[in-house]
Design a binder for this molecule. Structure first.
Ligand code: HEC
Length: 186
């Protein structure tokens, strides 16, 4: 009796296990059953998807007109020579010529400006004369340029000088003005 029970177990067990594996196996190239689907698919709209409710049919909305990022000072000047003069009469450099600010200004100047304006500010950088040369900073006219006008030129660009607003932050533009002043011996 005992022997036959063991024999049955030895034969039945593999049949049950292998049969079960075969019965519950699935085609892994096909999608499985999903449960519960509410956890998988949120009813909220995803940021990048179309939206039938909101204006312009987009889920991600642009910021409200006039929104100012935290810590950003707006620059309310147009890109004309008159506006550069107005900036010169209205704006003052918010930074002092501390060793830290001058060192940062020098870093920006060396990396972004010296290629045209030259290391001493004489307007004789390595790309000159392939590029039309900028005016020297060392003339009396350049020394008399107000800080705000310089900031305007660096921010908005002027003629052959492109705007550096995208590459150099407003703070660093003021610091580079400090550094130009030091080149001018001020
Ligand atoms: C690709 C060359 C080039 C680079 C790089 C360049 N500038 Fe200029 N810059 C010029 C030219 C050319 C002018 C003259 C523009 C004009 O004809 O009105 C100028 C003019 C200026 C002026 C006005 C000078 C004056 O006497 O009126 C300032 C200030 C100035 N640049 C600052 C900078 C600063 C700061 C940087 C770096 C962030 C920089 N520039 C990078 C070419 C360059």
């Amino acid at each position: 009796m005992r022997k036959s029970l063991t024999a049955i177990l030895f034969i039945l067990l593999p049949v049950v296990v292998i049969g079960g594996m075969a019965a519950f196996s699935r085609d892994t190239t096909k999608r499985n059953r999903e449960f519960p689907t509410q956890m998988e698919y949120s009813p909220a709209y995803l940021s990048q998807t179309a939206n039938p409710v909101l204006p312009n049919k987009m889920t991600l909305q642009p910021p409200v007109a006039g929104t100012i990022p935290r810590g950003f000072t707006p620059f309310h000047y147009g890109a004309t020579p008159e506006e550069a003069i107005r900036a010169g009469s209205e704006l003052a450099n918010p930074f002092q010529a501390t060793p830290e600010n001058l060192a940062r200004g020098q870093y920006i100047y060396t990396n972004s400006c010296a290629v045209c304006h030259g290391t001493t500010g004489a307007g004789d950088g390595p790309v000159i004369p392939k590029f039309p040369n900028p005016p020297s900073y060392l003339t009396d006219a350049a020394k008399a340029l107000p800080d705000g006008t310089m900031f305007h030129v660096i921010t908005m660009g002027r003629n052959n000088m492109a705007s550096y607003a995208a590459q150099v932050s407003a703070e660093d533009r003021w610091r580079v003005v400090l550094y130009i002043r030091s080149l001018q011996g001020k």
